[in-house]
Design a protein around this ligand. Structure first.
Ligand SMILES: *Cc1c(COP(=O)(O)O)cnc(C)c1O
Length: 318
């Protein structure tokens, strides 16, 4: 499967060894710096956009609609790409959507952060009360109908840009790694980062291990389905996913994640984000300590820096 690419990022992103940390852990830890894509503030969502935007442009739409959590990094990225390409960008945002029965416990940061950047490029936000991901999808359909009733030609982009085209961005990105690693560790949430990498390394000795930032029970199935669209031979056992590092839930920082964030910043001068990459890095540290991974390990830094500057709102979620 091939997708047309619209070049937006400064590629390849750097990939380098974390010398101090490697010495301390007794394993060779490298980092793939997708926090440094040079686009829209950096992060993995730029990879997806390069392959999502061509079909949006080809559709002849004048309005792009997506949805997500208030601090979505994808919404920020999409808003920037739409501004550049003269498309109106709309997003339906919930403070912190959740799986039925699995609402995050704790304080959710909704104000500032990503919202500042998205506002700067003219995103129109439709704020809705907190609820489940399914409710968010229904709200998005209502907004689509409203926009269409006003004459807009609307295309809806899935949550987090998760689609086969989005996953293809990471299938391609895997080729940027400077050497063969024993392990590639990435955060997993909507699933297409993990899926693209799993597909890319299907025929190699490199094993991909995703660390869930989301307590969705079917997440491994979502990843498998996206990955199989790129590599039909992949089997369920090829998708390795840990769900034990989610902490208090999606969108709420975990204690281990915050410790990992602080450790990497102090030792290597690299900031992770509070919702995804810090939890994945905490997972990496723990898996190395337990001896479940070792040898040469590449951590895929997915960005999310603006989330560090988000603060709790007054709506009292969680
Ligand atoms: C969206 C996101 C992820 C998760 O990527 P998916 O492809 O949605 O699984 C990880 N880290 C950051 C910073 C993100 O914004």
């Amino acid at each position: 499967m091939k997708f047309e690419r619209l070049p937006l990022l400064c590629l390849p992103t750097p990939c380098h060894c974390l010398d101090r940390l490697s010495e301390q852990l007794g394993a060779e830890i490298w980092i793939k710096r997708d926090d440094l894509t040079g686009y829209a503030g950096g992060g993995n969502k730029g990879r997806k956009l390069e392959y999502l935007m061509p079909s949006l442009l080809a559709s002849g739409c004048d309005t792009v609609l997506t949805s997500g959590a208030m601090q979505s990094n994808f919404v920020r990225h999409l808003a920037v790409a739409c501004a550049q390409l003269h498309l109106a960008a709309h997003a339906v945002l919930m403070p912190n959507p959740y799986e039925p029965g699995r609402e995050a416990v704790g304080t959710v940061a909704t104000v500032g952060g990503n919202r500042v950047l998205a506002d700067l490029v003219g995103l129109t936000v439709h704020e809705v009360a907190n609820g489940t991901w399914d409710e968010l999808e229904r709200e998005t359909e209502l907004v689509r109908a409203e926009l269409e009733a006003k004459g807009a030609r609307v295309e809806v982009v899935p949550l987090g840009g998760s689609s086969v085209a989005g996953a293809y961005g990471f299938y391609q990105a895997a080729q940027e790694l400077p050497r063969a690693f024993d392990w590639v560790i990435c955060p997993t949430s909507s699933g297409s980062t993990h899926a693209g990498l799993a597909a890319a390394f299907a025929e190699s000795t490199t094993q991909v291990w995703g660390i869930a930032a989301d307590p969705e029970p079917e997440l491994a199935d979502v990843v498998l389905e996206l990955a199989q669209a790129l590599e039909p031979g992949l089997k369920p056992e090829d998708i390795r996913l840990s769900t034990e590092f989610v902490g208090p839930g999606y969108g709420v920082p975990s204690e281990a994640g915050q410790d990992a964030l602080s450790l990497l910043a102090r030792m290597e001068g690299i900031f992770l984000d509070p919702i995804y990459s810090s939890k994945a890095f905490a997972g990496l540290l723990e898996l190395v300590r337990r001896g479940e991974i070792g040898g040469s390990i590449c951590f895929w830094h997915t960005g999310g820096f603006p989330g560090l500057f988000a603060t709790p709102g007054t709506e009292g979620v969680g």
